[in-house]
Design a binder for this molecule. Structure first.
Ligand code: CP
Length: 307
């Protein structure tokens, strides 16, 4: 039985060796799937509790898929609708009651008002952070990095450029942790109101998109989080698209063997034009595919006590 000590709320407790092993296992699981998609690879029995208290498509489906592939049954709470949360039950009470149903671990997506560190102390089974407010999305950073590792065979000193709404991005928060572990470099380019107040140590800030694209081994465009911007601010989607949107013309500045990524969901016509999907450097759907295998490898490591 995995214990709560194996929780993955941030990436800071992982070693470079554990991360490297996760990627190798994830890519091996993908290879086996491609050789025989209907082969049974069940290793475990039991339930996993998936609580998605905020919307999700990619993360939810890939965790459901990863659990099933490992032999575990996903118990899904998808939003508040139909749950006793609607009757006023707190999130904490919901989680404690679900723990009494004896899942082997939780995957939780929630907003920043709920504290995953606090609830973890009250549980005996681990939590995997499935996207926590603006604080982190560790499995997204891992699957992004695995996708880069898949192409290059390494991550050390690779140059990853983030474009866009960096200030509000939980994906960037987790990449800042992972970059320290795996040794890759991070660059930022964004309008001033999309940048954090303090640029983290070691991050390279670019004055304009073209300069950043010339530097990047991979460019990760971020969703403009309209819901987090004040309508009265001087922010304009048209200006953003003009100066920071990725399109075929812009990508002429990107190295021929670089990679174009996005964690999804995408605002087409804002941060990315749909023509980008046809660019051979685009691995956006490969990221989604890799999410299943990375999460399956993670679940297997969790169940085997390797985390
Ligand atoms: N990238 C990501 O977290 O997508 P979802 O919100 O669809 O899970």
């Amino acid at each position: 039985m995995p214990s709560s000590k194996s929780s993955l709320i941030t990436l800071t407790n992982l070693s470079a060796k554990q991360v490297g092993t996760l990627f190798s296992k994830g890519l091996e699981l993908k290879k086996k799937f491609n050789q025989n998609p209907i082969a049974s690879n069940h290793s475990f029995k039991g339930n996993a509790a998936l609580l998605f208290l905020e919307p999700s498509t990619r993360t939810r489906f890939s965790f459901e898929s990863a659990c099933t592939r490992a032999g575990l049954h996903p118990l899904l709470l998808d939003g508040r609708s139909g749950a006793s949360l609607e009757k006023g039950e707190s999130i904490e009470d919901t989680i404690l009651n679900i723990e009494a149903l004896r899942p082997l671990f939780f995957v939780i997506r929630c907003n920043g008002d709920f504290n995953l560190n606090d609830i973890q102390k009250k549980l005996s089974v681990p939590i995997i952070n499935g996207g926590w407010g603006m604080r982190g999305h560790p499995t997204q950073a891992l699957l992004d990095a695995m996708t880069i590792f898949e192409k290059w065979g390494d991550l050390y000193q690779r140059q990853i450029l983030f474009v866009g709404d960096i200030k509000h991005s939980r994906v960037v928060s987790s990449h800042l942790e992972l970059a320290k572990i795996s040794g890759y470099k991070i660059g930022f380019v964004a309008p001033k109101n999309f940048l954090p107040d303090v640029i983290p140590d070691g991050v390279q800030l670019f004055k304009n998109l073209d300069e950043g694209l010339q530097w990047a081994d991979a460019v990760i465009a971020l969703r403009v989080q309209n819901e987090r911007h004040d309508e009265k601010s001087d922010f304009s989607l048209a200006d953003y698209r003009e100066n920071y949107g990725l399109n075929n013309k812009r990508l002429m500045k990107l190295k021929p063997n670089s990679m174009v990524m996005h964690p999804g969901p995408i605002n087409y016509g804002v941060e990315i034009e749909s023509e980008i999907l046809a660019d051979v450097r685009s691995v956006i759907l490969k990221q989604v595919e890799n999410g299943v295998f990375l999460r399956e490898a993670l679940i297997r490591d969790l169940m085997n006590g390797a985390l």
